[in-house]
Design a protein around this ligand. Structure first.
Ligand SMILES: Cc1cc2nc3c(=O)[nH]c(=O)nc-3n(C[C@H](O)[C@H](O)[C@H](O)COP(=O)(O)OP(=O)(O)OC[C@H]3O[C@@H](n4cnc5c(N)ncnc54)[C@H](O)[C@@H]3O)c2cc1C
Length: 337
C-alpha cells in the first residue's frame, strides 16, 4: 500500500505564491446558499485531478457495519478515491473495528487506508503496540490526533501517555516507517483559548514534529480555509499539503449538532436555508450536495491539493458532488483538462 505523502507528491497542487490571498471574502459557496438547488449538468472539470479521500467511522451495530462494508464503501469506490480513512473512537472504544475496516479497505478493495489514532486513554506502550498491529496489517498511514474525551469535558493526559498530538506525531515518526497526517482547524480549535493564530502555530509544531499532510476540520466558508492556508503557508512557511475537509450536509439537525461539537460555524445564509427546510431531510441532502459542489469548485480553482470528504458512512451525496465536479472516476488520469 502507498504512503499517503507519496500520493500527494504525485499530484502536486497548483501552488499559490505564499501569502497571496486569491479568494473573495464572500465565497461562491456562501452565495450558493442564497439560491435554490439547481445543479443538473456536470460543472466545468477541474484543471487537474486532486487527491480524493473519504472518511468513514466504525458503525456501532452489525447492520451498520454490513451496510458500510457491503454497500456504501463499494459504491464510493466507483469514484476511484486515492485513499480512505477510518476514525478511531474516543479512548480506543472502536480500536478493533477501526483496524478491521482498515484491513477490509486494503485487502478486499486494494485501496490505501489511513488509520486514525488518538492519545486518549493510551500509554506510550499501548500506542507502540497499536502501531505494530497497524503495521502488521500492511497499513503505512496514521492520522495522529489528540482525540476528545469519551464523555466530553476537558482532555486529561494519560500517565505515561501524550498531552498533545505533536508528541504522538514525533513518537510515531520514531517508531516506524509511516506517513503521518494531522488535524487542522480553519476556524481555530475550540479549546485553544489564545485564538486561531496560536492554534495554527501549534499545528506547525505537528508538521515540525514530522507530519506529512494536514486534513482540516469541516468548514462552510471557504474564506476561513483561505485565511488558514495563507497564514500557514505564507507566514509560517508550512509546505505540506493542507487538505480541506468537506461535509455534504445530510440533515439540518445533525449538522447543527456537529458544528456545535466541533466549533465550526454555519454562515447565516446557509443557516437560513437550513431553517427553511423544516427538518425535511431529503431537501437537506439536495442543499448539501449543491453547497458542497460550489464549495469544492471554488477550492479546486484555488489550487487545493485534494478534497477529503466526511461521508458519514453514506455514499449518495459524496458521489453526487464528485459527479457534478467531473471527478467521479479516473484515479489514474492525472489531469482532467
Ligand atoms: C480530520 C480530522 C479527523 C479526526 N478524527 C478523529 C478521530 O478519529 N477520533 C477522535 O477522537 N477525534 C478525531 N478528531 C477530533 C480531534 O481529535 C479533536 O478535535 C481534538 O480535540 C484535537 O485533536 P488534535 O489532534 O488537533 O490535537 P492537538 O494538536 O494536540 O491540539 C489540541 C489543543 O491543544 C492545543 N495545543 C497543541 N499543542 C500545544 C502546546 N504545545 N501548548 C499549548 N497548547 C497546545 C491546540 O491549539 C488545541 O487547542 C478529528 C479531527 C479532524 C479535523
Amino acid at each position: 500500500m502507498q504512503f499517503i505523502r507519496d500520493i500527494y507528491a504525485s499530484k502536486p497542487a497548483a501552488r499559490q505564491p505564499a501569502g497571496v490571498v486569491e479568494a473573495p471574502t464572500r465565497t461562491e459557496a456562501g452565495r450558493a446558499a442564497d439560491r435554490k438547488p439547481e445543479i443538473e449538468t456536470t460543472s466545468t472539470p477541474a484543471r487537474r485531478r486532486p487527491v480524493i479521500s473519504f472518511e468513514f467511522y466504525p458503525p456501532k451495530t452489525d447492520d451498520g457495519g454490513l451496510n458500510l462494508l457491503e454497500k456504501h464503501i463499494p459504491a464510493l469506490l466507483q469514484a476511484k478515491p486515492d485513499f480512505c480513512s477510518v476514525t478511531y473512537g474516543a479512548g480506543g472504544s472502536t480500536r478493533d473495528k477501526t483496524l478491521m475496516i482498515v484491513d477490509r479497505i486494503q485487502r478486499q478493495h486494494g485501496l490505501t487506508a489511513l488509520a486514525h489514532l488518538t492519545c486518549v486513554n493510551h500509554t506510550r506502550e499501548q500506542v507502540r503496540e497499536l502501531l505494530a498491529r497497524i503495521h502488521d496489517l500492511g497499513c503505512r498511514n496514521i492520522l495522529a490526533l489528540r482525540g476528545d474525551p469519551p464523555n466530553g469535558g476537558e482532555f486529561e493526559p494519560t500517565p505515561e501517555g501524550f498531552e498533545f498530538a505533536s508528541q504522538l506525531v514525533k513518537f510515531t515518526r520514531e517508531t516506524g516507517d509511516f506517513s503521518i497526517g494531522v488535524a487542522g482547524f480553519p476556524e481555530g480549535h475550540l479549546a485553544c483559548q489564545e485564538g486561531k493564530h496560536a492554534d495554527w502555530r501549534h499545528l506547525k509544531e505537528k508538521v515540525d514534529a514530522g507530519a506529512d499532510f494536514v486534513l482540516t476540520q469541516l468548514f462552510f466558508d471557504n474564506a476561513d480555509y483561505f485565511e488558514f492556508r495563507d497564514y500557514l503557508a505564507g507566514k509560517l512557511g508550512v509546505r505540506v499539503p493542507l487538505v480541506p475537509g468537506i461535509i455534504p450536509i445530510l440533515s439540518a439537525s445533525q449538522i447543527t449538532k456537529f458544528t456545535r461539537l466541533c466549533g465550526a460555524k454555519i454562515p447565516p445564509p446557509l443557516r437560513t436555508q437550513l431553517d427553511a427546510l423544516d427538518n425535511d431531510d431529503a431537501a437537506a441532502v439536495e442543499l448539501g450536495i449543491e453547497y458542497a459542489t460550489r464549495q469544492c469548485e471554488e477550492l479546486l480553482r484555488a489550487g487545493v491539493p485534494g478534497l477529503h470528504f466526511y461521508t458519514l458512512n453514506k455514499s449518495h451525496s459524496t458521489l453526487q458532488v464528485l459527479k457534478h465536479l467531473g471527478l467521479a472516476g479516473a484515479r489514474h488520469g492525472a489531469r482532467t483538462g
